[in-house]
Design a protein around this ligand. Structure first.
Ligand SMILES: [Zn+2]
Length: 115
């Protein structure tokens, strides 16, 4: 892969990593404490909103891990190689999803099997 492409991808990965980390940190301040609930409806609403917040934070942590893994592959020189079949993932796919660890074919097989 061309060095200029790798540098652009690394900048994109680092910017996304910073954004997700910031969102995960800010997410904690969005949680509604039970002490702020005045009645049963407030408790139910706060519970639902807090559950959504936890789901978003879980997803955010997974995205952070995916990006950190991609940055690690960049550093080791394995970036752009499918972790399953070891074929080239392809620049177009990596530009769309710089943290992609699987080629389109392997990702499709994975999603058919597990999603
Ligand atoms: Zn593959």
């Amino acid at each position: 892969m061309i060095e200029a492409n790798l540098q652009k991808i690394e900048r994109t990965l680092r910017a996304r990593l910073e954004n997700y980390r910031k969102m995960n940190t800010e997410g904690n301040s969005l949680m509604i404490p039970a002490t702020e609930c005045r009645d049963h409806i407030d408790h139910v609403s706060a519970g639902l909103l807090n559950n959504v917040q936890v789901l978003l934070q879980t997803q955010g942590h997974e995205l952070v891990e995916e990006i950190e893994a991609a940055l690690s592959r960049l550093k080791s020189g394995q970036y752009g190689e499918c972790l399953r079949c070891e074929e080239d993932i392809g620049l177009e796919r990596l530009e769309a999803n710089p943290a992609a660890a699987l080629c389109f074919k392997c990702q499709s097989l994975f999603e058919k099997r597990y999603c």
